[in-house]
Design a protein around this ligand. Structure first.
Ligand SMILES: [Zn+2]
Ligand SMILES: [Zn+2]
Length: 135
């Protein structure tokens, strides 16, 4: 198990029990939206509010410790920052998975065809996961 306290400190984030709990949950579950986090944290901190969780999550996004993944037609999910990757979202069960793809050629194509300086690209694929497509 990684040491959340050291990790938070490395990113110049104040260490609070709530933040440690958020990091632990994201480490365990990979991607979670704000409601999932709220439900999990409520069991440990019965008086915590949704606003507090938002505030903590946003502080951690600001320090590039967490990453917000925008999911089309659904709530954003959060994850611990790691190497750039794309996402697969199951439209049936809502499962979110990482996928490593080189999107460099896409970026090059976009740059060339529209003469845009691309700063950021995020790719989210929506479809059916193997479990759901076999039903
Ligand atoms: Zn599914
Ligand atoms: Zn991810």
């Amino acid at each position: 198990m990684m040491n959340c306290t050291t990790l938070l400190k490395e990113y110049n984030l104040k260490v609070t029990p709530q933040r440690v709990a958020i990091v632990e949950e994201l480490y365990k579950n990979g991607h979670m939206n704000i409601d999932d986090l709220y439900k999990k944290l409520l069991s440990k901190f019965p008086s915590i509010s949704l606003a507090t969780i938002y505030k903590n999550v946003n502080a951690m996004i600001e320090k590039v410790f967490l990453n917000e993944v925008k999911i089309p037609n659904s709530k954003s999910v959060y994850e611990l920052v790691k190497e750039e990757h794309s996402h697969l979202v199951c439209s049936s069960c809502g499962k979110i998975e990482d996928i490593d793809l080189s999107i460099g050629s896409l970026v090059e194509e976009a740059t060339a065809s529209k003469n845009y300086k691309i700063q950021e690209a995020s790719v989210v694929f929506t479809g059916l996961c193997p479990t759901c497509s076999n039903k």
